[in-house]
Design a protein around this ligand. Structure first.
Ligand SMILES: *Cc1c(COP(=O)(O)O)cnc(C)c1O
Length: 410
C-alpha cells in the first residue's frame, strides 16, 4: 500500500477559514433574512485596473497572431516585466536589485512555501505569533516540526510573540535561529516596521548566518514616507534576505495570479560539507525544473501596473481601501474598542472587549451585528483576545457594518 506524508496529519484539523465558513453558514441557515457582511477573508473586492485589462486584452490578440504568438516563456518571467519591477519597486527606492535577481511566479503564497525546497531540514525556524498561517503549515508539511500542543504551537518552532506590549514587532531572539519569517506591513496585525527595527533584524541575521524571508505583500499600502517598503532599503540585507511581493493586493490580482520573489545573487547558504552555496542558483534550478512560468497574458497585465495609467489606477485602488481602513478605525474607536494597524495596511487589529476570547467576539459580532471578521487566535496563540477586520470591501458594506457595530457597542 502506498504510504502518505504523515506530516500532513499533524496539521491542525479545524483550520481557521473553514471554521469561520461553518459558523457563518450555520448562522445564515438559522437566520435566512440576515444580511451578513464579510470583513473576514483577506481578498480584494474592487475590479482590476483598466490599464491591466487593456494590456491583457492586447496580449490575447498577440496570442491570436502567428507572428506574436508566445509558447513557453522563460521560467523566471519575461525580462520586460522583471526590468520594470527592478527599476520601479527597487532601484527607485535606492535598492541595488537587478532584474536577474527577480523571479516571477503565480503567487507569493506558493513562493513562501516552495522556498523551503532549497533549504535544509535541520534549520531552526522562527515565526511571529500571530502569523500568516502559510509560513507555519508549509513547514509542518515539510516535516520541520513536531506535534501541535493544546495552545496551538508546533514543537520545533521558535515563536516570537507580537502583542500591543511590544507594538506588534517581535523582539530580536536571544537564541540562534536560521530562518526567520517577517511580514511588514503585517497580515494580520496591520503593524509596520521602522528602518531601525529592520536594521536590528538584518544585523542579527548577518551575525548569525540566518536568512530572513521578508513578505512585502502589503508594501503598497504604506502611507508613512519614513517606513521602508523593501528590506533591501536596509544596508546589508542583500546578504541575508529573500523578499516576496505580489500583485494580489496592490493591483487586485488575487484571481489573476502574479507575484515575484527576489533572491539576491550574493546570498549564500551552507552545504552539508561546509561549503558555501549560492541560493540564487538553487532557486533558479528549482523554478526551471518545477515551474513553467506565468502566462504571457498575465505578465502583460502585471507590466501595465508600471505604466502611468496603471500607477494612477492602482494608487486609486489602494487609496480606496485605505479610506475604508480609516473609517473602520474611527468608528471602532468611537464604539469604545482599542484598535491597531489600519494606517499603513488594509487590516485593523482589534482588542476584544470585556475579556472576550477571539471566538466569543466572533460569535457576538456575527449574532448581534451580522458582521464577520477573523478571530485573532486563528493566527496563533498570542492572537487570542484580538480580532482582524479587513478593509477589503465596498464602501457601502464598510459603512453599514460600522453603523451596526456602533449601534450595539456604543
Ligand atoms: C495576500 C498575501 C500574500 C499574497 O499571496 P498571493 O499568493 O500572491 O495572492 C502573501 N502574503 C501575505 C501575508 C498575504 O496576506
Amino acid at each position: 500500500m502506498a504510504t502518505v506524508n504523515d506530516n500532513y496529519l499533524k496539521l491542525k484539523a479545524g483550520y481557521l477559514f473553514p471554521e469561520i465558513a461553518r459558523r457563518v453558514n450555520a448562522f445564515i441557515e438559522a437566520n435566512p433574512e440576515a444580511k451578513v457582511i464579510r470583513l473576514g477573508i483577506g481578498d480584494v473586492t474592487e475590479p482590476l485596473p483598466q490599464a491591466c485589462r487593456d494590456a491583457m486584452i492586447k496580449a490575447i490578440e498577440d496570442m491570436g497572431d502567428r507572428n506574436s504568438f508566445k509558447g513557453y516563456g522563460p521560467e523566471q518571467g519575461y525580462a520586460w516585466l522583471r526590468e520594470k519591477i527592478a527599476a520601479n519597486d527597487f532601484q527607485a527606492r535606492g535598492c541595488d536589485i537587478d532584474a536577474s535577481e527577480i523571479f516571477i511566479s503565480d503567487g507569493s503564497k506558493c513562493d513562501c512555501g516552495n522556498i523551503l525546497d532549497i533549504f535544509g531540514d535541520d534549520n531552526v525556524i522562527a515565526v511571529t505569533d500571530p502569523v500568516y498561517p502559510v509560513y507555519v503549515d508549509t513547514n509542518v508539511m515539510a516535516g520541520h516540526t513536531g506535534e501541535i500542543n493544546e495552545k496551538g504551537e508546533y514543537e520545533g518552532f521558535v515563536y516570537l510573540p507580537v502583542t500591543a506590549e511590544n507594538n506588534f514587532t517581535a523582539e530580536i531572539p536571544t537564541e540562534k535561529v536560521d530562518l526567520i519569517y517577517l511580514c511588514f506591513p503585517n497580515n494580520p496585525t496591520g503593524a509596520t516596521a521602522t528602518k531601525e527595527h529592520l536594521t536590528a533584524w538584518v544585523n542579527y541575521a548577518r551575525a548569525n548566518g540566518s536568512i530572513i524571508f521578508f513578505d512585502a505583500a502589503y508594501e503598497a499600502f504604506i502611507t508613512d514616507p519614513n517606513l521602508p517598503h523593501s528590506i533591501y532599503e536596509i544596508e546589508g540585507a542583500k546578504e541575508c534576505a529573500i523578499e516576496f511581493r505580489s500583485f494580489s493586493k496592490n493591483a487586485g490580482f488575487t484571481g489573476t495570479r502574479c507575484a515575484l520573489t527576489v533572491v539576491p545573487k550574493n546570498l549564500i547558504g551552507k552545504a552539508k560539507d561546509g561549503s558555501n552555496v549560492e541560493l540564487w542558483k538553487l532557486w533558479n534550478r528549482r523554478q526551471s525544473t518545477k515551474f513553467n512560468g506565468v502566462s504571457y497574458i498575465v505578465q502583460r497585465g502585471a507590466e501595465a501596473v508600471y505604466s502611468e495609467e496603471g500607477k494612477a489606477q492602482t494608487r486609486g485602488l489602494i487609496d480606496f481601501y485605505m479610506e475604508n481602513a480609516k473609517i473602520i478605525r474611527e468608528k471602532l474607536t468611537e464604539a469604545g474598542l482599542s484598535v491597531y494597524g489600519g494606517e499603513n495596511a488594509p487590516y485593523v487589529w482589534v482588542k476584544t472587549p470585556a475579556g472576550l476570547t477571539s471566538w466569543d467576539f466572533f460569535d457576538k459580532l456575527l449574532q448581534t451585528c451580522n458582521v464577520v471578521g477573523t478571530p485573532g487566535s486563528g493566527f496563533g496563540a498570542a492572537g487570542e483576545g484580538y480580532f482582524r477586520i479587513s478593509a477589503f470591501n465596498s464602501r457601502d458594506n464598510v459603512n453599514e457594518a460600522m453603523r451596526r457595530i456602533l449601534d450595539k457597542f456604543k
